[in-house]
Design a protein around this ligand. Sequence first.
Ligand code: NAD
Length: 462
Amino acid sequence: MKLIYIGAGFVGACSAAVSAASGHQVLVYNRGEDKVKKLNSGDRDTIESCLFEKGLGDLLVNNKERINFTADYAEVGIFLDDCDAVFMCLPTPEIGETGESDLSFYFDAAGKLAEAMKKRNNGEQTKHIVIVNKSTVPIDMVDKTQEIMEKIGVKNFGVASNPEFLVEGKAIENSLKPDRVVVGAWKEEDFSVMRKIYQRFYDSPTVQYIEANPKEAAAGKLLANFYLFNKLAICFDVIGRTCESFADLRFENLRKILISDPRIGTWGLYDSVYAGGSCFIKDARSLSHQLQTAGQEAILVNETYLANRRQLEVFIGRAEKDAGFDWTGKKVALLGLAFKRDTNDIRNSPSLDIVNFLSQKQVKEIRMYDPAAMENFKNEFPESEVLKYFKNGEETIENADVIIIASDWPQFRGLADILLDNFKIKPLIMDGRRIFQHRYEDMQKAGFNVIAVGSPFVKNVI
Ligand SMILES: NC(=O)c1ccc[n+]([C@@H]2O[C@H](COP(=O)([O-])OP(=O)(O)OC[C@H]3O[C@@H](n4cnc5c(N)ncnc54)[C@H](O)[C@@H]3O)[C@@H](O)[C@H]2O)c1
């Protein structure tokens, strides 16, 4: 099959790479030469320097003859002549704090695509093409896509919805071995094209290949994300808060009791300072906006969003409230700038809010480290007298008055030993990921004050 992907972000680049690995001929269009050059470089490190996803570099290098990235729309025009499907992988961020999706990237791309599609096959438009919404879009987006195409005079096309369920950091693994593929379409002709594209998954006994209509597929994505987000909010705001409020409740033991019930399941039962990233918050806000536009109150959806915000505020507020810590003039070590481990994505990372909070508190120094996301973070917060970046966790925590752990990179775990073995002056530990949970008691005995999500304040016993 011949496939076009529009938008070479986490979703576009990763699913295009997997399509090339499935044997399809793939063209990926993205605005901006720089990213395209890197993705086309044929060099794993160069590729992963602009899109840090495990396995992406190798997949692109190994399938180079079947995938090409371009910023030149003329190439899209030529490719459209015998193309089977165009995957729309554009960003759909929230407009301000309205909940409404900013569809301007999508509309720009769809308008341009419509103009080019009208000219295909010398204007005769003989080849049937499926336009596939892979972006997470509002439930009625399929109608809008249809309208844009018809208004410009595009013929012989279908609109489908094929929402993406990948998890950043495991995007390639998830796309090569998905647990499900969801395809929404109105016409058998479009289902049939999609089945051929996903033949390897359609035939696989381990993949659920689900066909629905395009609105059900789009709604399914929003609802699945909300369900997961709500699970996290329950973990933070109810289970974690319970463990923080009563002595002798260990979060890990409560977790064991809860997950022993298969109806509860294991996913999401890790306490954390915040659920960040580009999807959960945005998609819950979009669901709420769509429900309210339809006349519903969306109370639980809104409360889930607020519970997540509350988690970050409660955590950072505990330094003053629980430990009587005065931030003014202090040196703060902040570990973890990506919104979670295994990614360089800083969208909705808790560290963005933490740095803004610390700046208002007139701290002396914010010492920061992340194994993958420092370059992205520097774009938001350039190095300065106050903001300093370090090469590793050990250097970052040197001489700090307080250490905040904001993302769950496993390499931070070993810092507990370094603190216990080498630190004469004991910084306040703020563990937003329970990464030192195996050493909390030792830390307490050694003279550290520890504030951890899911634990009451652990005051040193010295
Ligand atoms: N990142 C995830 O984990 C994830 C998972 C599932 C679904 N999604 C959804 O997929 C969509 C894309 O997300 P993403 O994380 O890949 O976004 P992204 O921001 O990483 O990538 C989007 C890409 O589109 C490009 N772009 C913007 N406007 C363009 C235009 N008019 N023409 C061509 N290229 C253009 C940008 O330069 C960027 O490279 C969103 O709707 C998101 O909600 C994301």
